[in-house]
Design a protein around this ligand. Structure first.
Ligand code: ADP
Ligand code: ASP
Ligand code: MG
Length: 403
């Protein structure tokens, strides 16, 4: 088989763990598989580099940020290659550029535009095990190094697996699969044998960082056989992320996600005239700010209130944009101590009373819900951040996910 194996930050977090990863790759090679490994930076490394940059500048130049951040995965790819080589395996490390990952110019959150697999293919033919530095590519126009957004090594792995037609893409991390919720928050969470692309995409987009959301989107699009598993217990089978039709039993709710990296923006006493929302949200969109939940109350006396949420990363950016609209409202405020809890399940499509059960579960714990939004397969609620873990556990229990 041709396998793409991706190892996350904790899996390569120390030199011993890099050796452990080398052993997993060796085992796969000895079983006769071709291996393309994709690695993250050592855990904590990307955060450390971001902090270093921020000690000089509140908004560092994104092109320079990518030069900086891409270094972390280059270190681990080279170290892993050296470790395997020492054990008698023919290996080569590759940067994103060398692996042919071509992106747009959106530095620090670049999108993959194309993958030129010729270098990888040639190298495999020469008998190499390839170790790709994840999270990075090269911009098509300016030929600068780019990065793919936080958690982007997952995307590197899936994109390479799709482009090269790998039989499987295994994402090795520090948990042995996808659970009904983050097992660090709810120890009673249950491991899922399989989960559909759509549910996984919702969970990932709603805060379950076990897989980066864009990697799941890409896996669905390219039909990649995606598996989430642990590098600490490689003998344990993980969770398969697959097409909905491959899953026999569809639970109404499959999982609960939590996202603490959200900020609620409140605009009060906004002049209630046509076009005002259009102009605010177009300006936010132009600044590349991903607005999520929006609530507008009914206007009274020609004034209305507007509430919406944005990712914490866009806070400074959002404040800059909102400065323009200060004059259109009596007050604009920001609340950083909120979070979003969500329930996700394809079975919701055909069942009633799913959302009300969530509201009841939170009410029982005396947790106030500030904003609600729903789609076909999810219900999201904004609550105070101090109730984050309690909300997750209450919802987990309400839908019997521990059973
Ligand atoms: P890596 O560094 O390997 O990329 P991440 O830290 O990005 O790993 O993702 C793994 C973490 O995701 C786990 O340690 C776990 O706490 C968290 N997580 C959140 N939701 C889930 C879930 N539903 N199932 C499993 N893990 C989850
Ligand atoms: N090192 C990058 C991050 O921490 C990418 C990744 O690990 O997937 O976001
Ligand atoms: Mg990750």
């Amino acid at each position: 088989m041709l396998k793409v194996l991706k190892f996350g930050g904790t899996s390569v977090g120390t030199l011993e763990r890099i050796q452990n990863v080398a052993n997993i790759i060796k085992k796969n090679k000895d079983e006769g598989h071709e291996v393309i490994a994709v690695v993250s930076a050592m855990s904590g490394e990307t955060n450390k580099l971001i902090e270093h940059a921020q000690s000089f500048s509140k908004q560092p130049n994104p092109v320079e940020m990518d030069m900086l951040l891409s270094s972390g995965e280059r270190v681990t790819s080279a170290l892993l290659s050296i470790a395997l080589n020492e054990q008698g395996y023919k290996t080569t490390s590759m940067s994103g550029r060398e692996a042919g990952i071509i992106t747009d110019n959106a530095h620090t959150k670049a999108r993959i535009e194309d993958i030129d697999t010729s270098n990888i293919k040639k190298s495999i033919k020469e008998g190499n095990t390839i170790i790709v530095a994840g999270f990075q590519g090269v911009t098509m126009d300016t030929k600068r190094v780019s990065t793919l957004g936080r958690g982007g090594s997952d995307l590197s792995a899936v994109a390479i697996a799709g482009a090269i037609g790998a039989d499987i893409c295994e994402i090795y991390t520090d948990v042995d699969g996808i659970y009904t919720t983050d097992p660090r928050i709810e120890p009673k969470a249950k491991k899922l044998e399989k989960i559909s692309y759509d549910e996984m995409l919702e969970l990932a987009s709603l805060g379950a960082k076990v897989l980066q959301n864009r990697s799941v989107e890409m896996a669905k699009k390219l039909n990649v056989n995606l598996v989430s598993r642990s590098s600490f217990t490689p003998e344990v089978e993980g969770t398969l992320i697959t097409k909905e039709e491959n899953i026999m039993e569809k639970p109404i709710v499959s999982g609960i996600a939590l996202d603490k990296n959200q900020i609620r923006v409140g605009m009060y006493g906004v002049t209630d005239i046509p076009g005002i929302a259009a102009s605010i949200f177009s300006s936010l969109a132009d600044a590349d700010i991903n607005v999520d939940m929006i609530v507008q109350t009914v206007g009274v006396d020609g004034k209305t209130d507007l509430d919406f949420t944005i990712p914490s990363d866009d806070f400074q950016n959002c404040k800059d944009v909102m400065a323009k609209f200060q004059k259109d409202a009596t007050k604009v405020d920001y609340n950083e101590s909120i979070c979003k809890v969500s329930i996700v399940g394809v079975g919701m499509k055909s069942h009633t009373g799913v959302a009300s059960k969530a509201f009841t579960a939170l009410a029982k714990e005396n947790i106030n819900i500030r904003i609600i939004s729903t789609s076909e397969i999810k219900v999201s609620m904004i609550v105070e951040e101090k109730y984050a873990e309690l909300s997750v556990r209450a919802l987990h229990e309400a839908y019997n996910l521990d059973k």
